[in-house]
Design a protein around this ligand. Structure first.
Ligand code: ZN
Length: 222
């Protein structure tokens, strides 16, 4: 992957199809997807592979955390209908208890990336080395076995990271580390920590619309 990707809005979703702090209803979700029509909606991997010079439309990256059943049953069909790509971040303990997702992982089309979200979804900012080994290295190995393909993408649970944990993540084979910093991701972020916007459970469609309006006002970073 080349480090000259265009600026992108990276959205982070949780459960779809119910109401909750970070969960959004189906109608809100499909409304947000409709609002994204003017954009090139891609996976994180596709964004990382896109040279800035080749883009014709601004890119929005969709990411889905925590391996909810709704991502498989609701999100994937909606994305496929619209030709949108996306990235799904899983944590191994969840996958171990979810036979359907384990089966679906092996069939995911190329437009959909997978990434690790740690082994047990624990906060890794202050974690000791032995825990980091399990949460990062073993998580990556195990996920690669389950999916039949390796990943270089990692999302910090709770957005919690530190310089030592980021060093351990890179040593474990994760070249691209995602957090939640509520700002547009730029090429310069790729070698550091890549910011995302968490979509909140209420006012979500308005939230995404205002993120996109701000994105439209930005001048290209060159
Ligand atoms: Zn999570």
């Amino acid at each position: 992957m080349v480090g000259v990707s265009p600026d992108a809005v990276i959205l982070c979703f949780h459960d779809i199809g119910r109401v909750g702090r970070y969960a959004i209803t189906f109608d809100t979700f499909s409304g947000i997807l409709d609002d994204l029509k003017p954009y090139e909606v891609v996976s994180a991997g596709e964004w990382l592979r896109t040279p800035d010079a080749n883009t014709t439309r601004k890119q929005v990256v969709l990411t889905f955390d925590d391996g909810y059943a709704s991502h498989r049953d609701i999100v994937l069909p909606e994305l496929r209908k619209r030709g949108y790509g996306a990235t799904f971040f899983f944590y191994n303990e969840q996958l171990l208890g979810d036979k359907k997702w384990r089966a679906a992982l092996k069939q995911l089309p190329a437009a959909y990336d997978i990434g690790s979200h740690s082994w047990s979804h624990s906060s890794l900012g202050e974690a000791p080395g032995a825990e980091l080994f399990r949460e990062l290295y073993l998580s990556r190995e195990h996920l690669a076995q389950l999916a039949g393909r390796p990943t270089q993408l990692f999302a910090w649970p709770y957005g919690s990271w530190s310089e030592p944990s980021a060093g351990a993540a890179r040593a474990a084979g994760f070249s691209y580390l995602f957090s939640v910093d509520y700002r547009v991701a730029r090429a310069a972020d790729i070698a550091k920590i890549i910011p995302r916007f968490t979509v909140m459970g209420s006012g979500s469609r308005e939230q995404v619309r205002s993120i996109l309006a701000e994105f439209e006002r930005r001048m290209p970073d060159r």
